[in-house]
Design a protein around this ligand. Structure first.
Ligand code: GFB
Length: 327
């Protein structure tokens, strides 16, 4: 990527996409293409192709996706598989037909089998059954990886797939029905604190382990990958192995430890109540990110600092919610 390359960030307003834009700007890139969902529906193949034909992006970050936490994935599996298959199929195909040089497809650590050996290496893809609560989303993402690989093999494209672990940061979704665990806990703990309540309900047993990566770190990893020289980038693209690379923090915590950390950062001294009627999901998904680290990237933001930064960014939104609820 050159500083004036035409870069399309699909999903630039989301958690990952907005962090990507910030990271690209910090690196001096300035020639961006952005379209909101209202301006361009990526589920529409013709509209997506026209956009690529007219705008001719050279590099694409495919961060547009239907995403959500365990409850949303479990409740709306049809939406997750349909929307994601449509978006990624249209973007990857339009990219190929309009000469995109490099495309980075964003996936998720839930693509790996539920009971994988830990830490999870890229080689473990498709070696066992998936976690049931997010199978439809995971299968869509696996199809996206396979599509990048197939296009690389048949058409000579150079598309790569980055698999983030559980990501968090500014601009996340704070709807308790559809969010991931970290924004949900920030909201629940903050609201309990403001209301003087003594308890916060945490879903599940608190025992599952999750690895959390701050969105800025993930974005820096993606930009790092896209800026690799041809030779280093080429080592990630092989005829015999899917073009995917893990992007993780390197250590994990239990959901109980996570909730305790959120309480500490926000200064909440009440107690945690675990609602075991809610699903735990996969017991553990710690990724092995040694391939990426060998290419010169490492995360900078530890969990406690990341939670503080995320809370600072979220506070005005959470305060507005509280005011609206009080009316
Ligand atoms: O972040 P999360 O929704 O998704 O939940 P997954 C992680 C863990 O936190 C689960 C527990 O064990 C939840 O039961 N948890 C505790 C909560 N309290 C809460 C809460 O208030 N809200 C939520 N949401 N969880 C997702 C996948 O799995 O991870 C996606 O469904 C994607 O496909 C994403 O891969 C990264 O980590 O279980």
């Amino acid at each position: 990527m050159k500083k004036d390359s035409r870069i399309y960030v699909a999903g630039h307003l989301g958690l990952a996409g907005s962090a990507l834009v910030r990271s690209l700007e910090r690196c001096g890139f300035r020639n961006f293409l952005f379209r909101t969902q209202a301006e361009l529906d990526l589920k529409n193949a013709a509209a997506t192709d026209s956009f690529f034909a007219e705008q001719r992006p050279e590099h694409v970050f495919l961060a547009a996706a239907k995403v959500g936490g365990i409850h949303a994935n479990n409740t709306y599996p049809a939406d997750f598989i349909r929307n994601n298959l449509q978006i990624q199929t249209n973007v990857i195909d339009a990219a190929y037909r309009n000469g995109v040089k490099r495309l980075l497809f964003l996936g998720s650590s839930c693509i790996y089998p539920r009971d994988c050996p830990q830490p999870i290496r890229e080689e473990y893809l498709m070696t066992g059954p998936l976690e049931a609560t997010n199978r439809s989303y995971a299968l869509a993402k696996i199809a996206g990886i396979e599509m990048c690989w197939s296009y690389n093999r048949q058409y000579g494209t150079r598309y790569l797939a980055a698999m983030p672990t559980n990501m968090y940061g500014p601009g996340d979704n704070y709807n308790l029905e559809t969010s991931h665990v970290l924004p949900a806990l920030i909201r629940k703990v903050y609201e309990a604190h403001c209301a003087g309540r003594r308890e916060v309900v945490v879903w599940g047993t608190g025992a599952p382990l999750r690895e959390f990566l701050f969105s800025n770190d993930f974005a820096d990893a993606c930009v790092h990958l896209m800026m690799l020289d041809n030779q280093a980038y080429g080592t990630l693209l092989s005829e015999s192995f899917p073009p995917l690379i893990n992007v993780g923090y390197g250590s994990d915590v239990t959901i109980r430890e996570l909730a305790e950390t959120v309480c500490r950062v926000l200064g909440f001294e009440g107690s945690l109540v675990f609602d075991a009627s809610k699903p735990d999901g996969t017991p553990r998904k710690l990724m092995d990110s040694s391939r990426l680290r060998a290419l010169g990237w490492q995360p900078k933001i530890d969990l406690e600092t990341g939670i503080r930064l995320t809370f600072e960014a979220a506070k005005p939104i959470l305060d507005r919610n509280l005011v609206a609820a009080a009316r």
